[in-house]
Design a protein around this ligand. Sequence first.
Ligand code: PLP
Length: 345
Amino acid sequence: MSAPALLTVDLHALAANFRTLETVGRAPVHPVVKADAYGLGAEACARRLAAEGARTFFVARVSEGERLRAALGGGPAIYVLDGCLTGRAGRLRAADLRPVLNTEAQLAEWRTAGGGACGVQIDTGMNRLGFGAATAPEPFDGLRLVMSHLACADDPAEPMNARQRDAFAAAATRYPGVLRSFANSGGVFLGESYAFDATRPGICLYGGGPEGRPDERIRPVATLTAEVLQLRDVPAGETVGYSRGFTTTETTRVATVAAGYADGVLRSYSPRGMVAVAGTLRPIVGRVSMDVCAVDVTGLDVAVGDQVELFGGQRMIDDAATAAGTIAWELLTSIGSRVPRAYVG
Ligand SMILES: *Cc1c(COP(=O)(O)O)cnc(C)c1O
C-alpha cells in the first residue's frame, strides 16, 4: 500500500508484545483497546489479540464497545471504563457490554435497568474514577471484576505504586472469587505482586515502553511514514515555513514531506523533531504545518517519492514523543483519520 502518509501496523509485533506481557506479568492480559486501539485500529488489533487468546477487552466509551462487539461477535467480554451513565444501560445491555461501575449512582442505574455482568472500580489514590475504598459497594450478583488504576506506573521509584497496590489488595478482599485487575502496562513491569488475576495493558501492546522510553522487551508496532513531495536547495540566510521558523546558515537541501499536524505530526515537534531518512535521523526544520513538514536532508541521497519515517523501527515512538514534549500515548492517538492504516503480519 502506498499513500502520502501511511500508518503501518505490524500485527505480528502486536501479538509478540501480548505474549511478552503475559509472560512478564504471569497473568492473562486483558487488552485495553480504547481510542481505536490507541489509533491503530481497534477492530484489526482486537481480532488479532483474540486470535492470540485474549478473552476480555477494555474500552472507554459505550460507542467504542458497540463497534468492538460488532467486530468480535459474541463471546469476548468487553468492559466499558466510563461505567453506566444515566440512560446508557440499554445500549450497554444491547451490545452485551459490561460497565465498570464507578459510583453509587452508576450502580443504581445499572441495577434499575436489570443489571447483569459488570465490574467495579476502586479508587486507590488517583482520584479520577471509582468508588473510594471506604464507600465501595457490598458484593452483589453480576459483579465479575474489581479493578483499580495506578497513577505513576511509569516510574518504578514512585512510592505511591506500592501504596496503591496494598490499598487495592485490601479493598479486593471484600469480593472473594471476583477477578482482580490492577496493572496497566507500567504496572506489569513493576513486579508480580502488581499483576493480581489479570493485567490491563495498552501502550506496551502498541509498542511504547512501560516507562515512556524505548524498552528492548517491547517491539515497535506502529510505523508512520510519509512521502517526499518536493526537494529544494535553500540558500544561506533564507527562512523555511510559516513565521520564518527556521533560518538557513548555509545552503540547505530541504525535503517537503507529506505529513503535518493533521496527520499527527504535532506542531511541538518543532524545533526538536527528527525523522529517519535513508537510514539516518535528520531534523525537522521550521514549523510543522497542517499537511507537510520540512526536513533537512543536506548531503543525503533522497528523491521525490521516497519515504521518510516519523516513528517506527528506526525512530522509536517514545523518542519521537519525548522530542515533541509529549508521550507515546498522545502521539499515537493524534494520528489523523485521513492517514490510512495498513496491516502487516
Ligand atoms: C488507559 C488505561 C489502561 C491502559 O494503560 P496503559 O498505560 O496504556 O497500559 C489501563 N487501565 C485504565 C483504567 C486505563 O484508563
